[in-house]
Ligand binder design. Structure first.
Ligand code: SF4
Length: 74
C-alpha cells in the first residue's frame, strides 16, 4: 500500500509538525507553508505520512490510499 498526499495551502499555518514527523515528504516553502516533496511515499513511509497528517493542527493534509479513497481527514 502506498499513500498519496495533498496539502491544502489555505489551511496551512506553518506549524511544521508534518515536517517534523515526515521530513522526506513535507517541507516548508518560503511562505512558511508546507509543500509535498514527494506526493507518493514508498511503502515504509505510509505510517509517517498518516501520522504527519494526523499531527496537523488544522487538518491541512489530505491522505489518499492506492485506490484514491480519502483516508484522512475522516
Ligand atoms: S502540520 Fe499542517 S499547518 Fe503545520 S506545516 Fe504541516 S500542513 Fe501546515
Amino acid at each position: 500500500m502506498s499513500y498519496s498526499v495533498k496539502v491544502l495551502r489555505d489551511k496551512c499555518i506553518g506549524a511544521a509538525s508534518c515536517v517534523a514527523v515526515a521530513p522526506k515528504t513535507f517541507k516548508l516553502d518560503s511562505q512558511n507553508k508546507a509543500v509535498v516533496i514527494k506526493s507518493t511515499g514508498d511503502k515504509d513511509a505510509d505510517d509517517a505520512i498518516l501520522l504527519a497528517a494526523q499531527s496537523c493542527p488544522t487538518a491541512a493534509i489530505e491522505v489518499y490510499d492506492e485506490s484514491g479513497k480519502k483516508i484522512w481527514p475522516l
